[in-house]
Design a binder for this molecule. Structure first.
Ligand SMILES: Nc1nc2c(ncn2[C@@H]2O[C@H](COP(=O)(O)OP(=O)(O)OP(=O)(O)O)[C@@H](O)[C@H]2O)c(=O)[nH]1
Ligand SMILES: [Mg+2]
Length: 348
């Protein structure tokens, strides 16, 4: 049941606790006569915190200059750590065959110690990515999901602070649960963003007891990826297991579920280099975004063994970095929750 109560005037803030400005985000002054709490769930890197950033952009304010400067160091750190990791293995394989220019660029990157983006660093990274030897190796490796996006955009970030899209594409792992709330049509929506990696999931159950809806994020492009916390475990299998545990649990039967099949924007790109069937041999379709998406959707549908009459599930295909799309999804989610509320009080 959705609870009706007084307006909740608690401060709202976004993840990234190291950033002081974010802890001081706006307080809504709108009155509300109902509160709906939603918990964002899903494995690590599925897109929960990116959704929260979107809510802030849509319902509160844009990022300040100091937040943008903070994200510049996050992006530089994300990329540097990733490229250094790739290069460690790359240089082991090609130690004796690197041409002088490439060897020089590799050395600069490998010995770079801070998170300040400099022209020298960007030039070396750009040069590295113009070399077939490296780009062919890259196709066989697991990278950050927005790696290609940032490779293309690093030169711009030498001149400008990150724009909203850059910030939405940056990766900051969640350690501490955070929340964001806003009021629309007299209803206050409170979104709880929790950490998704294995060691953090023990904390989910107490929060799930208090919320009115589960929002589950599943990445559409994790079929060839392995967990950060367990390199032997396929990420999509893990996500299906978490989803199944949640939706089939008798404890959370009363909660409607919103399933976001996320990272739809990256699926096409991934399928140009990877064969879905190599990872899910039961798949007999074409290696096309439409067929792969349908197959994954069916896996999630099958994982839910509770009938529609008992639990409502609403499915969305999302790109969590697309503000317009997420705005539209939010409106549909609000309508869906209003219907659920009517059902729960016997009007439907
Ligand atoms: N291109 C693209 N990137 C996405 C999308 N959703 C999330 N990402 C990126 O994926 C990475 C992980 O997203 P997060 O929102 O931090 O994931 P999370 O679920 O909060 O992960 P944890 O905090 O570890 O539980 C970030 O770099 C995001 O920018 C998407 O739909 N499209
Ligand atoms: Mg997070």
């Amino acid at each position: 049941m959705l609870k009706r109560c007084c307006v909740n005037m608690k401060k709202t803030h976004l993840e990234e606790p190291l950033l002081p400005a974010m802890l001081d985000s706006q307080v809504s002054t709108q009155k509300a006569n109902a509160v709906i709490k939603l918990m964002l769930t899903g494995a690590g890197e599925s897109g929960k915190s990116t959704w929260l950033k979107q809510l802030r952009l849509i319902y509160d304010s844009s990022f300040s200059e100091s937040e943008r400067a903070y994200y510049l160091s996050v992006i530089t750190g994300n990329m540097l750590k990733q490229i250094q990791l790739l290069l460690k293995q790359f240089t082991q394989i090609h130690l004796d065959s690197l041409e002088e220019n490439l060897d020089h660029a590799v050395n600069i990157i490998l010995t770079y110690k801070h998170t300040l983006l400099t022209k020298e660093l960007v030039d070396c990274i750009t040069f590295l990515h113009s070399q077939d030897l490296f780009t062919n190796y890259l196709k066989t490796q697991q990278t950050l999901d927005n790696y290609t996006y940032f490779i293309q955009n690093l030169p711009r970030l030498l001149e400008q602070l990150p724009n909203n899209k850059d910030i939405l594409c940056a990766r900051v792992k969640t350690h501490i649960e955070t929340q964001f709330s806003y009021t629309s049509d007299n209803v206050r929506y409170v979104f709880h963003d929790v950490a998704g990696q294995r060691d953090a999931r023990y904390a989910w159950s107490s929060r799930l007891q208090e919320v009115d809806c589960i929002v589950f994020f599943a990445s559409l492009i994790e079929f060839d990826q392995f967990l950060v916390e367990d390199k032997t475990k396929n990420r999509m299998e893990e996500s299906l297991q978490i989803y199944s545990d949640l939706v089939n649990s008798p404890v959370y039967l009363r909660l409607p579920v919103i399933l976001c099949l996320n990272k739809i924007d990256l699926l096409n790109l991934k399928l140009q280099f990877k064969s879905f069937k190599d990872f899910f041999p039961d798949f007999t379709g074409q290696n096309s975004p439409a067929e792969v998406k349908q197959y994954i959707t069916n896996l999630y549908l099958k994982a839910n063994r509770i009938g529609e009459k008992i639990r409502s599930v609403q499915i969305f295909e999302t790109d969590a970095t697309d503000t317009e799309l997420i705005g539209t999804v939010c409106k549909t989610v609000m309508k869906f929750l209003a219907q659920e509320q009517m059902k729960s009080i016997g009007f439907m």
